[in-house]
Ligand binder design. Structure first.
Ligand SMILES: Nc1ncnc2c1ncn2[C@@H]1O[C@H](COP(=O)(O)OP(=O)(O)O)[C@@H](O)[C@H]1O
Ligand SMILES: [Mg+2]
Length: 278
């Protein structure tokens, strides 16, 4: 389903394209006929880009991520992903809700991908120890998910995703269930960890603030059927301090202008929902 842009293990220059999506569409066959979830999506995502996708509910964001993760087949178009170095996973996904194994401890959850790949015990210990420390979870290594708050569980998911050392991180509204204070802390933690690795990230959010805070580039999608409405580059320097950034007038201006693009689409999605319900 996915093909190769660069030869196996080829070194990635920072301007390399990591993900290229051309003319991609996705049609679901439903009881009431074909349903076009994504229509003619075209994207070039450079290696190391923190790429954000914003769009109204139901516009196909999750579907696009699932296609990239290989969990869903696209109907037409092409998806090219530059292949990772040997013995590294292509991608790791962090989901919106809870995706931890409830019967495993924090440590076991974070180590899962590495153990599956059969990495040496000492290496697993090193890497997992590092990311649990980076996410402030070292003390909780032997806790089970039900003993943790929602924010802590999402931190375990993030530690697990980074520990896995994938080429690409796919994140589907990972913070949307959190309260505002925890969200900002986690966004800061995510940025700090990301600065160490500069992995290619594809991050879905319905929050314009989150998109501008975290992203290098933002794709704003139309209401169903999901298309690219507009692409916006985020000019803010790295590393970023979230609170400082949010105090700046340019930040407010960018958020405002993105809302201008999004407002009609959210309205359209609402009308579609009402029509479907009646
Ligand atoms: N397996 C499926 N079968 C039929 N329709 C689906 C399926 N998965 C998603 N959809 C529909 O495709 C549209 C896009 O869904 P999704 O990608 O989850 O949107 P988003 O993540 O942007 O809210 C929605 O209308 C949803 O109902
Ligand atoms: Mg979704």
């Amino acid at each position: 389903m996915t093909t190769t842009l660069a030869p196996q293990g080829a070194p990635a220059a920072s301007t390399d394209i990591k993900i290229r999506i051309s003319g991609l569409s996705k049609v679901f066959q439903t009881k009431t006929g074909p349903f076009v979830a994504l229509d003619d999506i075209n994207l070039d995502i450079p290696a190391g880009c923190f790429f954000m996708i914003v769009g109204p509910s139901g516009c196909g964001k999750t579907t696009l991520l699932r296609i990239l993760a290989g969990l869903e087949q696209h109907s037409s178009g092409t998806v090219d992903v530059a292949s990772p170095a040997a013995n590294r996973p292509g991608n790791s996904m962090v989901f919106q809700g809870d995706s931890l194994f409830p019967w495993m401890t924090v440590w076991e959850n974070a180590a899962y991908g590495l153990n599956m790949r059969g990495l040496p015990k000492a290496e697993v210990k090193n890497v997992v120890g590092h990311y649990l420390a980076r996410t402030g979870l070292s003390r909780f290594h032997d806790y089970y998910p039900h003993q943790l708050s929602g924010g802590m569980r999402q931190r375990v998911s993030i530690a697990r995703a980074f520990a896995n050392d994938p080429d690409i991180l796919l994140m589907d509204e990972p913070f949307s269930a959190l309260d505002e204070q925890n969200k900002v802390l986690l966004q800061e933690e995510l940025l700090r960890i990301w600065e160490e690795t500069r992995k290619t990230v594809m991050f879905i959010t319905h929050s314009v603030d989150e998109a501008v805070t975290l992203g290098d580039r933002i794709m704003i999608m139309t209401a169903h059927p999901g298309r690219t409405k507009v692409m916006v580059d985020v000019p803010f320097e790295r590393p970023r301090s979230i609170l400082e950034l949010r105090a700046r007038p340019e930040y407010g201006e960018l958020v405002y202008s993105i809302w201008g693009h999004l407002r009609d689409e959210v309205q359209r999605a609402r009308t579609q929902d009402e029509e479907r319900a009646s």
